[in-house]
Design a protein around this ligand. Sequence first.
Ligand code: FAD
Length: 396
Amino acid sequence: MEAQERADVIIIGVGAMGSAAADRLALQGKKVLGFEQFTIAHDQGSSHGGSRIIRQSYFEHPDYVPLLKRAYELYAELDEYQRSAGGEGLFFQTGGLYFGPEASVTFSGSRMASEMHHLPFEILDAEQIKQCFPQLTPAPTDVGVFEEMAGYVVPESTVAIQVERARSNGADIRENEKVLGYDSLADGGVKVTTASGDYYADTLVITAGAWATRLLEDLHIPMVVERQVMHWFDVGEAYEDYAAGPVYIHETENFEQIYGFPAIDGPQGGGKVAFFRAGWPSDPDALDRVVTPAEVAVLQERLSRTLPQLGAGAPINARACMYTTTPDEHFVIGRDPRPGNRDIIIACGFSGHGFKFVPVIGELIANMAVTGVQTCGIPLFDPLRFSEVKNAVDLL
Ligand SMILES: Cc1cc2nc3c(=O)[nH]c(=O)nc-3n(C[C@H](O)[C@H](O)[C@H](O)COP(=O)(O)OP(=O)(O)OC[C@H]3O[C@@H](n4cnc5c(N)ncnc54)[C@H](O)[C@@H]3O)c2cc1C
């Protein structure tokens, strides 16, 4: 086996976040070695299915908004790079509507984030929603935030172009090479082991998605891998309305959220729609990818109230995907807090809403790796926040 030259940074997991980190690090001239257990832009993890909502009126927490402003800039730059290389684009602005009862987090949280950060938005009542978007049937008391800036990004194209650019800047990205183990070295740096040998670097980045629950098991970050299904239904005669429509999120009075996309795959492709956070715990290596007729029927019943043509449309496709969810649904980004592991950076627990941030997460990781700073600078993402709670509870 050949002795390997030491890299600046090794990345475990070249999916969404790993490809972004590789891209940003390679752009800065760093020697990057990335390992992906499957192929680039595969459909076995969390980054497949053709579309991801991107928006700035962020009901999850207003602190995400500055990151989203930067993500928009970086997505625009990636989109341009991809088009200049002959691609069809990966970032599409369609407008976004977040509607439900006035007290719903979908409506009130979107409005709060928009107001706090002076984002342009409009408030629509149920009648105005019906007039603007005839495919939607809001409840009479529903209200919505409409955000013109919102749209969708294409996950597979994003991962692929980030890897392509990283490789063109010298990154060595290896596919079908699973990392079996890693260790911090006593004199600094790390060792990573795959079936083909040992590799060394100054810094290790772990962006293993659902498999972070395995690779970071000793950290006891309470992350749960959840199976979540995306569905496509025929929209029939409402195709024109769906094709021109916005991305949308609707919440009921029972706090149940569904979200969906315009019909982006032509009349035969249907409209994509899903429950937000209605999955169940799963093993990333044994994910049940079969979607049952009963699951389809539950969603169709829910759609019959708010998106009647979609609810009545024939099912075209359904795909399982994985969320890796933390108790507060915020991300985990920072240095590995285990003693002796300061050369390891972790980015995981994206809790089903990470894709819109992808290039800015790559930038945060690259900044940590290059400067050596101890945190990513965003307390919301602190890997230690759960152990603090745990320690406080232990003291009681
Ligand atoms: C159904 C669904 C809908 C979603 N909708 C949205 C949305 O609309 N908007 C939004 O912002 N976000 C959305 N998300 C969330 C978003 O897609 C995820 O947060 C994001 O894709 C997570 O990226 P990741 O890099 O952590 O995981 P992944 O992209 O899965 O990457 C992890 C990679 O690590 C590799 N790996 C793991 N272990 C090893 C190992 N030992 N050796 C080598 N490689 C390894 C894996 O094979 C994988 O490629 C959605 C997710 C799902 C599932």
